[in-house]
Design a protein around this ligand. Structure first.
Ligand SMILES: *[C@@H]1O[C@H](CO)[C@@H](O)[C@H](O)[C@H]1NC(C)=O
Ligand SMILES: *[C@@H]1O[C@H](CO)[C@@H](O)[C@H](O)[C@H]1NC(C)=O
Ligand SMILES: *[C@@H]1O[C@H](CO)[C@@H](O)[C@H](O)[C@H]1NC(C)=O
Ligand SMILES: *[C@@H]1O[C@H](CO)[C@@H](O)[C@H](O)[C@H]1NC(C)=O
Length: 623
């Protein structure tokens, strides 16, 4: 048996064109075995946790598989920043025609900041931000629309910043690449920031909530480190925790109307958040409550979501007392839906819908340790006197997304429901009954677990933007490209050529009018435009809204700029390819030369005939 096997292997190796080698010393296998074990351990420790985070599933589009990148984006000729390229499904889906407000950020986002997209995912307005921007949306204050957002520094899961109200007319000048301090200064001078709201007292404004009520007051969240006894969760007796605080502030006067603090009602052990090594320092407090939304209803009752207590709490607007708690360790409700109405976990964005209904976004998952949980939006009906909760509708993503953080749910005035999937770069519009109407991805879904592109919340709403900047234009080849960041009323672009009579008080005559095709419109330059021209933005009524700077067509087109960059890249690519091909050629050539000299070289031929032992020696030489 043994003999036959070895002669078979001998035949096989000579068939492969190799010479037989002397028997391997078993001791030489030890390093190989150790190596294999090491490789397996490394694979298990580092590669496997990453691999199981991939969410490949059948039927993913090229976009979702990442063919165009984790967060595909597009650039423009006339505009410096890059905006996301979205994929909308099913094809031909009827999304709500209004604008989408989001603030993408993450390692795969070229230019993070607040952003308005149209219903087809095309860019309308964006602002590139160095600080973090969150909770970007349109809200009404004293009957007028404002875009509002939080801006500041994110640290330790909460924010240190302020809330900005911009409008009613969008007057953002083109952002410049400078320091944050400059941007804030610009916000005061050039941008018409109508209000910068900060919490009352020496506190930092947190990123999670800035909600304007029907009474023109603001509900805001604050994370405040306070000394606390953490022995009930195995922590120090003289420790620190982050208290969840919310304030109601009169926006016009800055007066504090109401304040509520979580530590007076929730003890540290009502949390599901592991203590780990936290709670010993003021700057690394135990984030036991993690307040992430506040709402108020017509009865004057507040609704507060505590992510780390898995609970939603109703608070009396005059006394601050708890009226009831749904979910978590302090849950008071029986569940008529087998746990689906009360056993939400790590949730976000709890809102009132009438006196007996609330919505929330149930993340279900939190971090890497809940990998098979599925997030969903929930509409929950409450029988408050009987303390009974029923899940009326759940809003599930067709790809069963797992949003390990962030997310929101907005009930649109049409009755449809918009869910922003937070940590997963997607937003989905549902019918009230929970059918998917329109699903938009702004990142490849196979990699959502890695959080390379996220948006804390996503909203839809109407918006009228008339920037006080000039429209932007850039000549490339025989076309001019025009855009106007934030302008919502442009219907077409009018090309006007200089009449050639005198450089003082230049007059221009219309030569062409082109319908707006998206954020940026390309207008081919007719041959009779040989020098100065300009482009005017025209609204649907034919009124001119704004005009670009005067442009000049020159024989040296500015496309050369792009070409130089591309030539540079091309040269590097050619050089690298040359190196690669050369290296491969050398390797293959050496190998084949070796084989030729092994098999066909004149010296080997002689050895071949003469002595097998000798031949083996020769064959081993080059190794
Ligand atoms: C939390 O700790 C307190 C004592 O500090 C104890 O009375 C209470 O039962 C604990 N609650 C839970 C949910 O463990
Ligand atoms: C608005 O103010 C009225 C009158 O003070 C009050 O009854 C109502 O509860 C308030 N609503 C909200 C959402 O603050
Ligand atoms: C996945 O979920 C099921 C129940 O839905 C649970 O029994 C199982 O332990 C979970 N697996 C992991 C790896 O979390
Ligand atoms: C240009 O216009 C200014 C005022 O509009 C006028 O004073 C000046 O005379 C004009 N120049 C020419 C060459 O028409």
């Amino acid at each position: 048996m043994f003999l036959r096997a070895s002669s078979a292997s001998l035949r096989l190796s000579s068939w492969l064109g190799r010479r037989d080698r002397p028997k391997t010393d078993p001791r030489r296998l030890i390093p190989a075995i150790v190596g294999v074990i090491g490789g397996c351990v490394l694979f298990y420790l580092f590669a496997l946790p990453q691999l199981i985070k991939f969410r490949f599933r059948s039927g993913l589009s090229w976009y979702d598989l990442g063919l165009y990148g984790f967060g595909p984006s597009q650039g423009y000729f006339s505009f410096d920043e890059e905006s996301p390229v979205v994929e909308i499904s099913p094809s031909g889906a009827q999304c709500d025609p209004r604008y989408t407000f989001l603030a993408p950020r993450g390692d795969s986002v070229a230019h993070p900041g607040p952003m308005i997209l149209d219903a087809h995912g095309g860019l309308v307005w964006m602002k590139y931000n160095w600080g973090t921007t969150q909770d970007f949306r349109v809200q009404q204050y004293k009957g007028q629309d404002y875009v509002t957002f939080w801006q500041g520094d994110e640290e330790d899961g909460h924010g240190r910043g302020s809330w900005y109200m911009v409008g009613p007319i969008l007057r953002f000048s083109r952002p410049r690449r400078r320091l944050i301090i400059d941007i804030l200064w610009q916000l005061d001078s050039t941008y018409t920031t109508k209000f910068i709201v900060s919490p009352v007292g020496a506190l930092d404004g947190d990123l999670h909530e800035f909600h304007i009520t029907v009474n023109d007051t603001a509900l805001v969240t604050i994370y405040e480190p306070i000394p606390a006894d953490l022995t009930s969760v195995g922590g120090p007796e003289l420790g620190w925790l982050y208290e969840g605080v919310f304030q109601e502030i009169d926006i016009s006067t800055g007066q504090l109307l109401f304040e509520w603090r979580s530590s007076q009602f929730f003890s540290p052990n009502s949390s599901y958040e592991p203590l780990d090594d936290r709670g010993y320092e003021r700057t690394r407090g135990y984030d036991y409550f993690h307040m992430n939304s506040v709402d108020k209803n017509d009865q004057g009752h507040y609704l507060v979501s505590g992510r780390h207590t898995h609970s939603v709490t109703c608070i009396d607007g005059s006394t601050g007392e708890l009226l009831w708690t749904l979910g978590g360790k302090d849950n008071e409700f029986s569940d008529a839906s087998n746990g689906a109405a009360t056993q939400f976990e790590w949730q976000h964005d709890a809102r009132w819908h009438g006196p007996n209904q609330i919505t929330l976004f149930n993340n279900a998952a939190n971090g890497d340790y809940d990998l098979n949980k599925t997030s969903y939006g929930a509409l929950i009906e409450l029988d408050i006197p009987a303390r009974r909760a029923t899940l009326r509708t759940s809003y599930n993503h067709p790809q069963e997304l797992m949003a390990t953080s962030q997310g929101n749910l907005q009930v649109l005035d049409t009755g449809n429901v918009l869910v922003g999937w937070g940590h997963s770069a997607a937003y989905t519009e549902f019918s009230h009954k929970g059918d998917v109407l329109c699903d938009v991805h702004f990142g490849a879904s196979a990699y959502y677990s890695f959080g390379r592109i996220v948006s804390y919340r996503v909203y839809k709403g109407s918006w009228l933007g008339t920037p006080n900047t000039l429209p932007d234009a850039a000549i490339a080849g025989d076309s001019v490209f025009v855009s106007w960041n934030g302008a919502t009323e442009v219907a077409s672009w009018q090309l006007e050529a200089w009449d050639g009579i005198g450089l003082e008080n230049m007059t221009f005559a219309m030569t062409d009018r082109v319908d707006r095709t998206g954020f940026e419109t390309e207008i081919p330059l007719p041959p009779d435009i040989t020098s100065y021209f300009r482009v005017c933005a025209v609204n649907a009524d034919g009124d001119i809204l704004g005009t670009t700077d005067i442009l000049k067509r020159s024989s040296q087109s500015s496309r050369r700029n792009f070409l130089t960059i591309h030539w540079g890249v091309l040269l590097i690519a050619i050089f690298a390819s040359g190196c690669l091909v050369g290296g491969l050629y050398c390797a293959v050539h050496r190998h084949s030369r070796r084989r030729r000299s092994d098999a066909n070289g004149p010296y080997q031929l002689i050895a071949h005939k003469d002595d097998d032992e000798n031949d083996t020696e020769h064959a081993r030489l080059p190794i």
